[in-house]
Design a protein around this ligand. Structure first.
Ligand SMILES: [Zn+2]
Length: 126
């Protein structure tokens, strides 16, 4: 399942050296993510163990920063998008310092849709 060095470089440059999801410039410890996961496993909404080796190909590989890759895990893209949207609720429910910072006007919630970097880049080209 390991990518060869030149394949990995091809994946890294897919979005100009940026994380395909959040758009951060990738550092040396970036991850090659499977857009459609190869394995179903322990993730937030995804159960089972069916291997899908057909998803291990360069077209399906996305350059990702570690936080995005670890958060997405084996979730399908739309499930992950919903999961990310839910982070604001989680912050409000479980993190008093977030609520306090919000009360002091340090944080403004925007209800902006989650648009991944690769979606923005793709749209800009049209
Ligand atoms: Zn990212």
């Amino acid at each position: 399942m390991r990518l060869k060095k030149h394949e990995r470089e091809q994946v890294r440059l897919k979005y100009g050296g940026h994380c395909a999801y959040c758009g951060v410039e990738l550092g040396p410890k970036w991850h090659a993510d499977h857009l459609q996961s190869v394995r179903r496993g322990t993730s937030h909404r995804w159960e089972g163990n069916a291997e899908r080796p057909q998803n291990h190909n360069l077209d399906n590989m996305m350059p990702a920063c570690a936080p995005c890759n670890l958060s997405k895990s084996q979730m399908p893209l739309e499930a992950w998008r919903e999961f990310l949207v839910g982070h604001v609720n989680s912050l409000n429910l479980y993190h008093p310092i977030y609520r306090l910072a919000k009360a002091y006007g340090l944080i403004a919630e925007t209800a902006a849709p989650v648009v991944f970097y690769f979606e923005k880049v793709t749209n800009d080209q049209h």
